[in-house]
Design a binder for this molecule. Structure first.
Ligand code: SF4
Ligand code: SF4
Length: 427
């Protein structure tokens, strides 16, 4: 079902009616765990959606407050025995808030316009900002700003999340050739924030694909996947970005389209739903989704040349919610980690719980995000791991912040970076 902005539509009501209010999803919900209020649980939010659909409440006030406190992590979807599609309900509720709310200030609308339309879809602009931020970090200004007590919470959150930046960006102007025997041709969706702010992740992704015999192409027209837009209810913009990506990647005979960020992948896999009512794109969207694979999914089946270099490290893995709950990719990253010789893998106590990143949640709802992060970091600390592995841009930045905050002696990396290291040791 395409997300509709109409809370009163029969499709939305049918989705709501699948909930039998059993409450079995409550223990899985990170906001319920830290806030302990029914309205901040999946069942409570579904009740609010019922009330808004019936016209008993409007989309301002309590409705907006509790829906905006939802991480959209979809852990409740995994836990629900009745198959409630909470992700679709959430997107529709967010879209209704974005359209009808009177609480969004002109300043907020301006920031959204700038971020969603003027920055994220433009790789060169994001790289320019990353360069500026690198200079900001190099001058030591960052350490000074961190200690300013009057910094607004959202700016403080952004400052906390800034990872160590690089001035070297990958070159996507021509395909990267396969190393050794060529086994196929894949296209790489390099993302927006990942490309500019976590450059080594993309460099490693390409190298690991090359080492396994794949020629890697970089379609030039590609753009942001639309996840951030969708998450805050800008469905129309998300659909426009989806069309551009389908035009960029479509009909070119690639064996697969690869992405390496769980949050982006969950949105990319929704393209067929998003464009179901668009006659020009509905079929092409299905073909796009059929070719799309998260890097973990792809490598789990196509690790033709496993790494032989030994990494004697203790590692834990933090699932991206959108990879685990949204895409149901759970086994593959663990399988890949265990393929690295010498590595000791330690599972978290609660691997299904969110880290509090959730798109721009850690900037917009920084106080609750910090509480969710604290719970996650206590779990991470309990593993004694010196390397924390994740597979999503937002989680990666959030965990770097969490490691610093908790004072852990641990490094945060994407899984492909660890594979890449093992290959380099093999040489
Ligand atoms: S969402 Fe599912 S698990 Fe949660 S209360 Fe409704 S039916 Fe029960
Ligand atoms: S999406 Fe996550 S935060 Fe939101 S209700 Fe479901 S479990 Fe709770």
């Amino acid at each position: 079902m395409e997300p509709t902005t109409s809370l009163a539509s029969p499709e939305f009501r049918n989705l709501l009616d699948q909930c039998v209010h059993c409450g079995l999803c409550l223990p899985a919900c990170p906001t319920y765990a830290v806030l302990q209020t029914e309205m901040d649980s999946p069942r409570g939010r579904i009740q609010l959606m019922h009330a808004a659909a019936d016209g008993r409440i409007d989309t301002n006030g309590a409705f907006a407050e509790h829906i905006e406190l939802c991480l959209g992590c979809r852990a409740c979807e995994t836990a629900c025995p009745s198959g409630v599609q909470y992700g679709l309900l959430f997107e529709t509720a967010r879209a209704a808030i974005a359209e009808e709310s009177t609480t969004i200030t002109p300043l907020e609308r301006g920031v959204r316009w700038l971020a969603l339309r003027q920055m994220l879809p433009h790789r060169d602009r994001l790289r320019f900002v990353a360069r500026l931020m690198r200079v900001y970090q190099a001058t030591g200004l960052s350490k000074f700003v961190r200690h300013l007590s009057f910094l607004p919470p959202s700016l403080r959150a952004m400052e906390n999340l800034l990872p160590p930046l690089s001035l070297r960006f990958p070159n996507y102007s021509k395909p990267a050739p396969a190393i050794g025997k060529k086994r196929g041709t894949v296209a790489f969706l390099y993302g927006c924030v990942q490309d500019a702010f976590l450059t080594d992740v993309n460099t490693s992704t390409v190298r690991v694909l090359q080492r396994n015999g794949y020629e890697v192409h970089f379609p030039q027209l590609q753009t942001c996947c639309g996840a951030a837009a969708l998450h805050i209810g800008e469905g129309q913009l998300a659909r426009d970005l989806a069309r551009q990506n389908i035009d960029a990647f479509g009909d070119r005979g690639y064996d697969a389209i690869i992405n390496n960020a769980g949050g982006c992948g969950a949105t990319l896999k929704e393209y067929a739903h998003l464009l179901a009512d668009d006659p020009a794109y509905a079929e092409r969207a299905k073909q796009f989704v059929a070719k799309l694979q998260d890097i973990n999914e792809f490598l789990a089946d196509h690790l033709h040349t496993p790494p032989t270099g030994s990494l004697n490290v203790r590692v834990t893995y933090v699932d991206s919610c959108h990879l685990r709950h949204g895409q149901k990719v759970v086994r593959q990253p663990r399988q890949l980690l265990k393929s690295i010789p010498g590595l000791t893998f330690v599972e978290l106590q609660k691997p299904d719980m969110c880290c509090g990143s959730a798109g721009v949640y850690n900037i917009m709802q920084s106080e609750t995000a910090e509480q969710v992060l604290d719970a996650k970091m206590a779990d991470v600390a309990g593993t004694g791991a010196t390397i924390v592995v994740t597979t999503n841009t937002g989680c990666h930045m959030q965990l770097i912040h969490g490691v610093q905050k908790k004072g852990l002696k641990a490094e945060v990396v994407h899984l492909v970076e660890l594979l890449d290291r093992a290959y380099q040791i093999s040489e």
